[in-house]
Design a protein around this ligand. Structure first.
Ligand SMILES: NC(=O)c1ccc[n+]([C@@H]2O[C@H](COP(=O)([O-])OP(=O)(O)OC[C@H]3O[C@@H](n4cnc5c(N)ncnc54)[C@H](O)[C@@H]3O)[C@@H](O)[C@H]2O)c1
Length: 381
């Protein structure tokens, strides 16, 4: 673990878009760290002098009537959020972390119609009483709260809503962390706009700390490096949180599927192997409400070895889905801040490749990690 001595007093001021389960894990993890000065499972304790609790959540936008109008540390406790808390509710009230309010953002394409068929505890309920904040109101809130990074946790398939918030970042000179599969950081047109504005971006679609993407990609890359002929790589996931409920709308899944399959394709690019006829499939996913925030993944890889001998690898893993993503975000937020202070702009290629499913550039795992290590080792006066 890196030194905790050389820390600085600068703080990251984050604005969250979508106060769902991932946000709950992120915040309760940070509050727990702030109280105990330790937390199991942190990849980097010190990144450029920033410890995991140097983040304040000064502003948030959601559309759910149970969350809008509440302080962020209360909004994360509302349904349909169902992930286990990583600190107590009392810790959330008394924490040294600063929490701002949750405002109503534009709904756009954030809430799929099919959710209305589900019980209230499993779906989003749009606040029909509050008006949506206008662009001008949003700009004022961002400025007044001195936000320096926006974290996008919108539901899968929210193409218009994500583009709205990416443009807000550009208009208000705010860095962007894109945690979900609408392609902004990996889209050269968007990424160029951020670079020209001198803003730092990281994305797209976080790769959980140890989820099906990183496990299947590392196993695929191991096989390619050992000369195996990988013929098929399959992944199926089941979960019971609102993310999985949203993903029942297959038409919203296009970019999620592309993003998951990108993880595997990138292993062939890195290994300089022709993907040829290799059969790749990630998804579809299944909604099983009983699982709540537990995700169960099955991975199957079929390959041929020396002389064509067949090999089949089957793997089953179960994880707490949202907690599995939170460490990735705690690190990415700090990499963005450090890079900004170093005067960098545009995508952070190393951290993107290390932490995201669809990075702007495929980079070997070891090289991506080295870039992260170098950024983490930076210290400011
Ligand atoms: N391990 C993981 O959990 C993981 C990994 C990679 C990517 N992701 C992606 O991260 C995103 C967030 O995941 P989650 O589990 O927190 O989702 P969630 O369903 O728990 O939360 C989504 C939140 O967005 C809000 N929302 C809906 N429309 C909105 C709008 N127009 N404006 C503002 N808020 C709106 C909802 O009310 C809800 O609070 C999803 O796209 C998910 O696919 C998650």
């Amino acid at each position: 673990m890196s030194d905790t001595q050389s820390v600085n007093s600068d703080r990251i001021r984050a604005c969250i878009i979508g106060v769902g389960n991932c946000c709950t894990s992120l915040i309760t993890g940070i509050v727990s760290y702030a109280k105990n000065k330790s937390l199991v499972g942190i990849t980097y304790e010190n990144i450029g002098g920033y410890l995991p609790d140097t983040v304040d959540f000064v502003l948030a936008f959601d559309v759910d009537k149970r969350k809008v109008g509440k302080k962020i540390n209360e909004a994360i406790l509302q349904k349909p959020n169902c992930t286990p808390l990583l600190c107590t509710e009392e810790d959330l009230k008394t924490s040294s972390i600063e929490f701002g309010m949750t405002f109503k953002g534009p709904v756009l394409d954030g809430v799929p119609e099919h959710l209305s068929e589900f019980p209230d505890d499993e779906r989003f309920i749009v606040d029909e009483e509050q008006p949506e904040c206008s662009k001008e109101e949003i700009s004022k809130l961002l400025k007044d709260n001195k936000v320096n990074v926006i974290v996008n946790y919108l539901p899968v398939g929210s193409q218009k809503a994500v583009e709205f918030w990416a443009q807000i970042c550009l208009d208000n000179s705010i860095n962007f962390l894109n945690c979900m599969p609408v392609f902004i950081v990996s889209n050269p047109e968007w990424s160029k706009k951020f670079e020209e504005k001198g803003l730092v971006i990281c994305g797209d679609d976080m790769q959980s700390q140890l989820g099906s993407s990183i496990v299947s990609s590392r196993l695929t890359s191991l096989m390619l490096e050992r000369g195996m002929d990988v013929q098929c790589s399959l992944q199926s996931n089941a979960g019971g949180n609102s993310d999985f409920c949203v993903m029942l709308a297959r038409e919203r899944l296009k970019s999620k599927k592309i993003s998951k399959e990108n993880v595997l394709k990138n292993q062939f690019i890195i290994a300089d192997k022709d993907i040829g006829e290799t059969f790749l499939q990630a998804g579809p996913s299944e909604y099983i409400r009983h699982y709540k925030d537990m995700k169960v993944a099955h991975i199957r890889i079929e390959a041929k070895g020396f002389g064509g001998f067949p090999m089949i690898l089957d793997c089953r893993m179960s994880v707490i889905d949202s907690a599995n993503s939170a460490g990735v975000v705690i690190d990415s937020l700090r990499f963005i801040r450090v890079a900004q202070r170093l005067g960098k702009s545009g995508p952070l290629y190393g951290p993107c490749a290390f932490y995201q499913k669809t990075p702007p550039k495929a980079i070997k795992f070891e090289d991506a990690k080295k870039e992260c290590d170098e950024l983490a080792a930076v210290r400011f006066e």
